[in-house]
Design a protein around this ligand. Structure first.
Ligand code: HEC
Ligand code: HEC
Length: 269
């Protein structure tokens, strides 16, 4: 099953890279975002801060785990034939799966989808604290300081690293093998950073060697822009956003080429 996942992920990444190259080649930059590019002042607040949930929540987390998770993941979260080992994955992984409602799972043969969470916020932190206390490793829970992020850099990173699977507008798309890259619109900044750092399911994991914390913050900032685009300074075009504007620009560009072609052809003939 792990192998199948790995193969699937490989195919997605290959397709993703190709698509991204094409997208990057044809899509012009969104002028509004480019003009808002500003270097982050040195000495500014850290853009992403990782914190483990408070240890006092561990007993509550242990009780919740026994009730909601143990039947599949085993009493020490060591895994079973029904579900993977959770030890050493870190609080961010557990928080992502429970805060997006993916866990607890009803049917272990299905891809776990985002749904309203069963556990409330404190319970999410408690169960994350418990699992993180069982073994060291994995990231703690990220919080993102959006004010220190660079949206323009986030836009180019998003189109390079995320758009091929989630689409350039972040609306989500079906991938091969019945895998679905979900819409990014409901995700909170913490969940976006968690997904990037932990690579849920068939999504690749982007570790600190691939994306710095600053870059993670930049991407999160851009995704929050996609969630609430404000059209300011754009052409409007019926609120379809920068992508459609880009394609319209290409169409106009191609149109003019055709006209020029006819004109040159006409003169030659
Ligand atoms: C019905 C069985 C079942 C129950 C109950 C369940 N899980 Fe899971 N869990 C799974 C399966 C199966 C997967 C693998 C899903 C996948 O890879 O898409 C999984 C995956 C996970 C992962 C991701 C592991 C990884 O390798 O990235 C986490 C974290 C997790 N579960 C936490 C929990 C927590 C916490 C609970 C209780 C609140 C819980 N699960 C309840 C079956 C279950
Ligand atoms: C190779 C395809 C692929 C790439 C590239 C990719 N993702 Fe994902 N992403 C997925 C899949 C598949 C899931 C669903 C995982 C699951 O539920 O098992 C997902 C889930 C997510 C979620 C969770 C949304 C929810 O439903 O709660 C977020 C947020 C996310 N991705 C953000 C990103 C960002 C940001 C990037 C770029 C840094 C990125 N992804 C790159 C495939 C991809």
């Amino acid at each position: 099953m792990k192998f199948k996942h790995a193969m699937g992920a490989g195919v997605f990444v290959a397709a993703a890279t190709m698509l991204t190259a094409v997208t990057a080649a044809i899509l012009p930059r969104n002028p509004q975002l480019v003009s808002s590019a500003a270097p982050v002042p040195s000495g500014a607040k850290q853009v992403v801060v990782y914190t483990n949930p408070p240890a006092r929540l561990i007993p509550e987390g242990q009780a919740l785990f026994a009730e909601d998770c143990e039947t599949c993941h085993g009493p020490q979260a060591q895994g079973s034939s029904r579900a993977p080992n959770l030890q050493g994955l870190g609080a961010a992984t557990v928080d992502f799966w429970v805060s997006t409602g993916r866990m607890p799972l009803a049917d272990p043969t299905q891809q776990a989808f985002e749904k309203p969470p069963v556990l409330n916020h404190t319970q999410q932190l408690a169960v994350s604290a418990y699992v993180a206390s069982l073994a060291p490793g994995g990231p703690a829970i990220p919080s993102v300081n959006l004010g220190a992020a660079n949206i323009s850099r986030g836009e180019s990173l998003f189109s390079e690293d995320c758009a091929a699977c989630h689409t350039i507008t972040g609306v989500g798309d079906a991938l091969a093998n019945n895998v679905y890259a979900p819409s990014l619109y409901p995700a909170t900044p913490t969940q976006i950073a968690e997904a990037i750092r932990t690579g849920p399911g068939n999504m690749p994991r982007f570790g600190p060697g691939t994306l710095s914390n600053q870059e993670v913050g930049d991407i999160v900032r851009y995704v929050t822009y996609l969630q609430h685009p404000n059209d300011r300074g754009g052409l409007g075009l019926g609120h379809v956003g920068p992508v459609a504007e880009g394609f319209v620009a290409i169409l106009i560009g191609l149109g003019s080429l055709v006209v020029v072609g006819y004109w040159i052809g006409g003169r030659a003939g």
